[in-house]
Write a protein that binds this ligand. Structure first.
Ligand code: PLP
Length: 467
């Protein structure tokens, strides 16, 4: 048996029942964090680890213990909410102290089937028993089967798999540049630049970050990828003008912006981008990492607009909670890509693809998609009925089960109060928008209860102002 030692107050041990498979990682981790440990403590830990001593947990771990341990050993990139979630079932989450929450966050639009969907669990269990990982230097069945589903259900002819949304966009960046080189064989200066839009979010690796509009995500890491121009989301004239310059390799756009504040593109905007790109030879990339795969009630959000891209990126919900990214391309784009142009060790592995097939087969069912539309309409109507009279509520908007409540103040006090009342919700935009992205399997009763809690908690917005 393997134990992971808690370093809390120098008092260990605690057995982490979730990390039994990580024994091989323990020593390198200790070495990495060794600057936090006294030499004697390090020696003691090493001795225990070397001897592989299993130590019995002396007392239950409290929420506070976990939070303190996390603060000691995790790089501080996240402003975490002070609860420790330990289990979930359907649309409910449970914390370490046994409190129940209705989950309107879905791991930020990831757990589309909720938590512990039995078919999803079965698919993962069956696949893990057979084969979890093989290198992409070999063929494997789940990857091909998933790609066939994505191709059959979309504009695309080919799929490149990765492990996250930002990676799906990195692949789209590279493919766009390669496409332009391939399409301009005699041009020493082919189009290499990109257009992105206000309130966009495309990820946090250097290329995707360069396409992400929020300056404070970008500036500490500059120089990011050069050649990106940000235009106002919806500004048709500016986009047409810049695309017609002939310098643009690709235009990146979210048909519905999630992180940026739940803003939907207009049909005219996407159509005009399509037209301008076709004229100039630029590619149109739809980032559907957050809004894709059923969240809008359409399988792909762009279906609602009748406009198709050259490349579409997917991630969050695709494997129902396991890490995956996918870059879907047309044959025309694929023709520019050669062996060795891109790759990934983990991407498209059998386990994650088996999980994604289970997710895709449920979500792509037309009756499932209809249920998302019905529940989305119901949620918006109920929110409007209950909240619209409140002076802080400026707008309730969205599409299917991606819904925003724009406030005239910060949404954080409301988010905190809801959590204390057993409801988890998110913010978006500049923090003044409540973002609701529940599991797509949520029931109307759960939505009713969630709206009730938001309604009951709204008064905190007044209190915080008067304080
Ligand atoms: C539209 C969009 N694109 C890309 C990303 C980045 O995805 P990931 O966090 O998986 O890298 C996100 C994440 O929120 C997103 O909403």
């Amino acid at each position: 048996m393997c134990s992971i030692f808690s370093l809390r107050n120098g008092v260990f041990p605690a057995i982490d029942h979730h990390h039994h498979n990580n024994c091989a990682n323990v020593k390198p981790q200790i070495a990495r964090y060794s600057t936090h440990l006294s030499n004697s403590r390090r020696t003691e830990l090493r001795a225990q680890l070397t001897d592989n001593i299993s130590v019995v947990q002396s007392k239950p771990i409290s929420q506070e213990d976990v939070i303190n341990d996390d603060k000691r050993v995790i790089v501080g990139t996240y402003g975490r909410t002070p609860i420790v979630l330990t289990s979930g079932k359907g649309c409910k989450l449970y914390d370490i102290e046994g409190r129940e929450y209705i989950d309107l966050t879905s791991g930020i639009a990831v757990n589309a089937l909720g938590h512990g969907d039995p078919d999803w669990v079965q698919a993962i269990t069956d696949q893990a028993n057979v084969l979890t990982h093989v290198s992409n230097i070999y063929y494997s069945l789940p990857q091909v089967n998933l790609a066939e589903r994505l191709v059959a259900s979309s504009f695309a002819d080919r799929v490149f798999f990765s492990n996250s949304g930002t990676e799906a966009n990195e692949a789209a960046i590279k493919f766009s540049r390669k496409f332009q080189r391939f399409s301009h064989p005699n041009n020493t200066d082919p189009p290499t630049e990109f257009i992105s839009f206000s309130n966009s979010f495309h990820g946090r690796t250097i290329g995707s970050l360069a396409l992400t509009s929020k300056e404070h995500y970008r500036t500490p890491f500059e120089p990011v990828m050069p050649g990106v121009t940000f235009l106002k989301y919806g500004d048709i004239d500016a986009a047409q003008e810049l695309i017609s310059s002939g310098k643009i390799a690709a235009v990146f756009v979210e048909p519905i912006q999630g992180e940026g504040g739940i803003y939907s593109a207009s049909k005219d905007f996407l159509k005009s981008l399509r037209g301008a790109c076709d004229k100039a030879g630029s590619l149109l990339v739809f980032d559907e990492v957050q809004c894709g795969l059923g969240r809008t009630g359409y399988l792909w959000a762009h279906e609602a607009y009748g406009v198709t891209p050259d490349i579409m990126t997917l991630a969050k919900p695709l494997a129902g909670g396991l890490p995956i990214g996918a870059t879907l391309v047309t044959e025309r784009v694929n023709a520019a890509i050669n062996f060795g142009d891109h790759g990934s060790t983990f991407a498209g592995g059998p386990l994650v693809c088996a999980a994604a097939i289970a997710v895709f087969d449920k979500i792509s069912n037309p009756s499932f998609l209809t249920s998302v539309t019905i529940k989305g309409d119901y949620l918006k109507e109920t929110l409007k009925k209950k909240l619209q009279g409140n002076k802080h509520v400026k707008e309730i908007r969205g599409f299917g089960l991606i819904v925003g409540i724009e406030l005239d103040v910060s949404a954080t006090p409301l988010v905190d109060a809801c959590r204390e009342s057993g409801l988890l919700i998110l913010t978006a935009g500049k923090g003044d928008i409540v973002r609701l992205v529940p599991p797509l399997v949520i029931s109307e009763e759960e939505l009713d209860r969630a709206v009730e809690i938001i309604h009951e908690c709204l008064h905190v917005l007044d209190e915080k102002i008067s304080n």
